[in-house]
Write a protein that binds this ligand. Structure first.
Ligand SMILES: Nc1ncnc2c1ncn2[C@@H]1O[C@H](COP(=O)(O)OP(=O)(O)OP(=O)(O)O)[C@@H](O)[C@H]1O
Ligand SMILES: [Mg+2]
Length: 250
């Protein structure tokens, strides 16, 4: 059984159905990429995995999402705890306009961690995890907004890691970065999957092929095909997947 088990998931924005009976299983400590043309529901799907879509008025979700066996849509689920465990990295890095220190330790304060030693230790370990410790350890007071885009994206990942998540959801995390920065973030993802499960949405098929173990192809709200990345890119079983990856469509 996967760390995430999605069955028969449908999602509606009012009357518009953005996801249609999606079923898939996501394996622990692997990178799963979600690809597909604009508007096919990739972001919507990603956000159903930590209930970020709950914030959208008039939206409605049907079906089941199990994370570590827990039905995250059942009544009484602690959303703060869910989002600690399943963190979301946005398309544009979104550090708070605060110091590097305050950014990384923000979640700890939200979760009531007060012990200074624990905070220091988590700070260091989170920044080490994203390879920022060495370059920033002497400027933790600096405003996070003064960092480069790539550093900001790393910092946002560190902010999630500080609260010890299991799953990192990434919605086109490199779309605001240049090629060189993108490569560095991809290297980081390969490092992080030793410890975390990563689900990444990407427009970039080369990126999916480079970093992911599994790939899902979405089209018009439907998960057309899901499988090992090598299979999807070399021997897709669905004609629509083939059309997309060979560039005949999308
Ligand atoms: N808040 C919203 N209200 C109404 N419709 C929405 C909302 N958000 C998304 N949609 C619609 O749902 C569909 C899926 O959108 P979604 O953002 O999940 O697609 P996507 O695959 O992430 O696209 P992109 O590649 O452009 O990011 C689209 O038709 C979109 O217009
Ligand atoms: Mg999107």
């Amino acid at each position: 059984m996967g760390i995430i088990e999605v069955s028969d998931l449908s999602f509606f924005y009012g009357k518009f159905q953005a996801l249609k009976n999606v079923t898939l299983s996501i394996e622990k400590q692997k990178i799963t990429a979600l690809i597909g043309p604009s508007g096919c529901g990739k972001t919507t799907f990603l956000r159903t995995l930590n209930r970020m879509n709950d914030l959208v008025e008039g939206a409605c979700c049907q079906g089941q999402v199990l994370i570590d066996g827990l039905d995250i849509y059942q009544k009484g689920v602690d959303l703060l705890e869910l989002r600690r465990k399943v963190g979301l990295v946005f398309q544009r890095p979104n550090p708070f306009p605060l110091s590097i220190f305050d950014n990384v330790t923000y979640g700890l304060r939200v979760h009531g961690v007060q012990d200074r030693d624990v905070i220091q230790e988590r700070l260091r370990w989170s920044l080490e995890s994203v390879r920022l410790w060495k370059e920033l350890k002497d400027s933790l007071d600096r405003n996070a907004l003064s960092l480069t885009g790539e550093q900001q994206q790393r910092l946002c990942i560190a902010r999630l890691i500080a609260v010890e998540p299991e799953i990192l959801l990434m919605d086109e995390p490199c779309s605001a970065l240049d090629l060189f920065a993108t490569e560095k973030i991809e290297d980081l993802m390969r490092e992080l999957k030793k410890q975390y499960t990563i689900v990444i949405v990407t427009h970039n098929m080369q990126q999916a092929a480079r970093v992911s173990d599994f790939t899902g192809y979405f089209l018009l709200g439907e998960l057309v095909e899901f499988g090992e990345t090598t299979q999807i890119f070399t021997a897709p079983t669905d004609r629509r997947t083939e059309d997309y990856i060979t560039g005949r469509f999308g």
